[in-house]
Design a protein around this ligand. Structure first.
Ligand SMILES: Cc1cc2nc3c(=O)[nH]c(=O)nc-3n(C[C@H](O)[C@H](O)[C@H](O)COP(=O)(O)OP(=O)(O)OC[C@H]3O[C@@H](n4cnc5c(N)ncnc54)[C@H](O)[C@@H]3O)c2cc1C
Length: 479
């Protein structure tokens, strides 16, 4: 790692020199790549975690790796914090400038650079949207597997930042399992390459480290990702149960039996009602909980897998089993699930939790989650990736009422602690960001955290990259 350029100015000077910073950046980028007027900075003051907001000093929108490197060299030289940003859909506040920072947005770097079907890889710029990758290879019978519900908007750079997952990750894995290489600009402007088209690389697995780095180890400008051949057929099936506990226990038994469908998604009664009212997907309204189970393969394979799953579901008194009959129906079923957060936003403000638990704990954690939310006098809707044990309680509250908002935050903290205490972890796919930063001590010892911070500091000794995220502010080493 290069340390050739020393820090020349303390951070306290940064705000006072805002005009100078903008003038200097204007030497590095053309006018259409630099935002500094207050009203134009407003869209960058928060992300999908809207509880926090702060205007950035300026927004740089470079078009090439060389321009990213130039901005980083400048900011490093003058000790200016930088917050990388893709589409700003983070649910944990990862892309919010919490200090006087330059936001470095990748939205202009949105080209697909290479599709290499013989090697089943694509090389894309970091600002390409997740869905765009699948769309560009769909006609050839391929797709990019990780499918966050935000895939229409979120970028591959953001997916790498958060190690994002999605409904179909149960079988195909999350971002880290589908990423082969990156080009990345370090904090001082040095450009490095990690991994590539080959399936393995010599030396330390730094690519694994970069996946989930939350914008703290560098700016990813290009990614090489794995392409997967589309299956012969795929069929989502709806399983309705009397209660959330029965549905949770069924999921645990399916996985314990060694059956791995492509997806097992869960909705409790409030979530079913919210999603059905929005998507009209034909979800049964007379059940207490719903599983969307997708199987894939040949007709015979799908029939055989389904038969085994139905048998297990019967042991949990399944009330409804409905196999989807057409591609249109399948699309509607997934539209309902993938619109769940937006549909919830139509009826209330919500915060979305993201704890992960061992499957054997699903029923217990679902039940206790309801008790916690009841205790705070709030409501909850659960819609999540059940096969991965990745829970998303959506706590409904009124953001205009500060007491209600404080209760929602307290309930969320209790639920995440419950997940950790049940043998799980604070985040399955949304990252730590600002949201869970202060809960990290509930998961890790001081020694664990110190080691993680030492790794971060090896990339960014001055803590300039997305500095206020992931690690509790108290007890950090001095930058
Ligand atoms: C309605 C909705 C549904 C969602 N569903 C899912 C889901 O199913 N699964 C899931 O995993 N997430 C989901 N999310 C969360 C979010 O979409 C993901 O975290 C996504 O990966 C963020 O991508 P982004 O481009 O918006 O990144 P941003 O929000 O802009 O940034 C995310 C993080 O990555 C860093 N970053 C961004 N780009 C770069 C880069 N090029 N180099 C270095 N660091 C970078 C940022 O600093 C930040 O820490 C959902 C969000 C919403 C609003």
């Amino acid at each position: 790692m290069s340390d050739a350029i020393p820090f020349l100015a303390p951070r306290a000077d940064v705000l006072a020199r805002r005009a100078r910073i903008v003038a200097d950046l204007a030497d590095l980028l053309p006018p259409e790549c630099l935002i500094h007027e207050t009203r134009e900075l407003v869209p960058f003051e928060t992300d999908a975690f809207v509880s926090y907001r702060r205007l950035p000093l300026a927004v740089a929108l470079p078009r090439t790796t060389a321009e990213v490197a130039a901005v980083m060299r400048y900011c490093h030289r003058y000790g200016i914090p930088v917050v990388p940003r893709g589409a700003g859909t983070s649910l944990s506040g990862g892309a919010i400038p919490q200090e006087d920072a330059v936001v470095l947005g990748l939205s202009k770097m949105n080209s697909i650079l290479e599709i290499d079907l013989p090697n089943r890889v694509a090389v894309v710029q970091a600002g390409v949207t997740n869905l765009n990758i699948s769309e560009s290879v769909s006609a050839d019978g391929f797709f990019y597997a990780p499918d966050p519900s935000s895939q229409l908007a979120c970028t591959i750079g953001g997916n790498i930042g958060m190690n994002s997952g999605g409904a179909h990750c149960l079988k195909y894995g999350v971002t880290t399992n589908n990423l082969l290489g990156v080009r990345m600009v370090l904090v001082d402007g040095t450009v490095i390459e990690l991994g590539g088209k080959a399936l393995d690389a010599a030396g330390y697995d730094l690519l694994g480290l970069v996946c989930g780095h939350e914008g703290q180890l560098g700016i990813v400008t290009e990614a090489t990702v794995r392409l997967i051949a589309k299956p012969e057929g795929a069929r989502p099936v709806l399983f309705g149960f009397e209660s959330s506990e029965e549905a949770g226990a069924c999921v645990a038994d399916v996985i314990a039996a060694g059956i791995i469908p492509v997806a097992i998604e869960f909705m409790d009664k409030p979530a079913i009602e919210i999603c059905e009212a929005f998507a009209h997907a034909g979800y049964p309204l007379d059940v207490g909980a719903l599983l969307i189970v997708e199987v894939e393969g040949s007709e015979a394979e799908m029939d055989a897998t389904l038969k085994d799953i139905v048998e297990i579901a019967r042991r949990h008194a399944v009330k409804t089993v409905r196999e989807c009959q057409s591609a249109t129906e399948a699309a509607l079923i997934w539209k309902g699930r993938k619109s769940a957060f937006g549909a919830t936003g139509r009826i209330a403000d919500y915060i979305c939790m993201d704890g992960t638990v061992p499957l054997s704990q699903l029923s217990h954690v679902l039940k206790t989650t309801t008790e916690i939310v009841d205790h705070y006098g709030l409501r909850v809707a659960n819609v999540f990736h059940a096969g991965d044990g990745n829970m998303h309680p959506l706590i409904l509250f009124n953001a205009n009422d500060p007491e209600d908002a404080a209760r929602a935050e307290a309930a969320g903290n209790d639920i995440l602690k419950l997940c950790v205490d049940a043998g799980g972890c604070l985040t399955g796919e949304h990252g730590v960001g600002i949201e869970k930063r202060d809960l990290m001590r509930h998961q890790y010892s001081e020694a664990d955290l110190a080691q993680q911070m030492a790794v971060r500091a090896a990339f960014d000794p001055g803590w300039l990259l997305n500095p206020s995220k992931v690690f509790p502010l108290e007890g950090r080493p001095a930058a």
